[in-house]
Design a protein. Structure first.
Length: 330
């Protein structure tokens, strides 16, 4: 098992972030896992990016509520992290220093072009010592190794799983009916006289297309008062339910290439022609298999991980310390 863990580390580890939570010199305890302490400062450093977003977006009691929720989630994440480290140590797994050194060198090579000076300068900018960073990096390797053994290796997805997921999620892969069309729009005007004149205008436009054979697109560019006149009145593929009811009804009655009669809307007259239709369809299994596999695997891994963590919570001593009620997470 120890050799397996070392092999996994060498072959599968991904680069981890250089940022580590800044640890205040003196801080209240937020939680403890066995003898491993998590301070409030560590939690606040861990959730700092989320707190900044909440400060920008929310005010008052909602801001406080969201900050406290993020604090609880961040604390739980750090407790889970500590549980995994405690399990690693109590199981007497080994992480050889040469493996850590090799991974550090790879990290610097992949993220800093192998320039150790630039890497050390980045640590200094973060107010972090090399020894602090190495300790954090080593812990992350341990967590990654344990995740491979206890989660990833136990979360296989079979073809049967994928087919069941496809059937249960079929509506997500369903494409509704769509129509591609062109419109000519003429505003109706304010007075009865204006409306009569505009009606005659659009009737004349229709005769140019239907009787004289002028291209719909060319006439639309010349005469339409709609916002897509420059495109010859062309619209992309749309679902009928996304259109105004009178337009959807008129388009539904047209054959491809046919020009509608005058369509009356509240403030405009329209002419329409259909250029294409797409019938409702469902993407075949083969087209969505990769997406399904990713989603199903992620869900299975989350389930396996949670069951494993539940066992660790029963095995190790977890203490959570109350914060003063007057304090918020930020």
């Amino acid at each position: 098992m120890r050799n397996l863990l070392t092999s996994i580390c060498l072959l599968s580890l991904v680069a981890v972030c250089t940022a580590a939570p800044e640890r205040p010199a003196a801080d209240r305890y937020a939680a403890a896992v066995n003898d491993r302490v998590i301070t409030e400062g560590e939690v606040k450093a861990y959730i700092a990016p989320q707190i900044q977003r909440i400060r920008r977006r929310f005010q008052g009691s909602e801001r406080i509520e969201r900050m406290n929720e993020v604090y609880r989630e961040g604390l739980q994440a750090l407790i889970d992290h500590a549980l995994i480290l405690e399990e690693f140590d109590s199981s007497q797994y080994q992480l050889p220093q040469e493996v850590v050194n090799e991974e550090i060198n790879r990290f610097i090579r992949e993220n800093y072009g192998g320039d150790r000076t630039t890497f050390l300068r980045a640590l200094k900018k973060q107010n972090e010592t090399l020894e602090e960073w190495r300790q954090d990096f080593r812990e992350r390797i341990k967590v990654r190794m344990m995740m491979h053994v206890h989660v990833y290796a136990n979360a296989d997805v079979s073809l049967g799983d994928l087919r069941r997921a496809y059937v249960s999620k079929k509506d997500e892969f369903r494409t509704p009916a769509q129509v591609k069309f062109r419109l000519i729009r003429i505003q109706r005007g304010e007075s009865e006289e204006d409306r009569a004149a505009k009606r005659e205008e659009i009737e004349t436009i229709r005769r140019r297309i239907v009787e004289d054979g002028e291209p719909f697109a060319a006439v639309a560019r010349e005469m339409s008062e709609g916002n897509r006149a420059e495109e010859g009145g062309a619209y992309p593929w749309l679902e009928p339910e996304d259109l105004a009811p009178e337009l959807a009804a008129a388009l539904g009655d047209l054959s491809t290439g046919e020009v509608s009669g005058v369509i009356e809307a509240e403030d405009s007259y329209y002419l329409a022609t259909v250029e294409g239709r797409r019938e409702p369809s469902v993407q075949p299994f083969g087209e969505v298999r990769e997406e399904l596999e990713e989603r199903t695997l992620a869900r299975k891994r989350a389930q396996v991980r949670e069951r494993w963590l539940d066992r660790l919570r029963q095995k190790h001593v977890v203490q959570i310390f109350d914060r003063p009620e007057s304090e918020s997470a930020g």
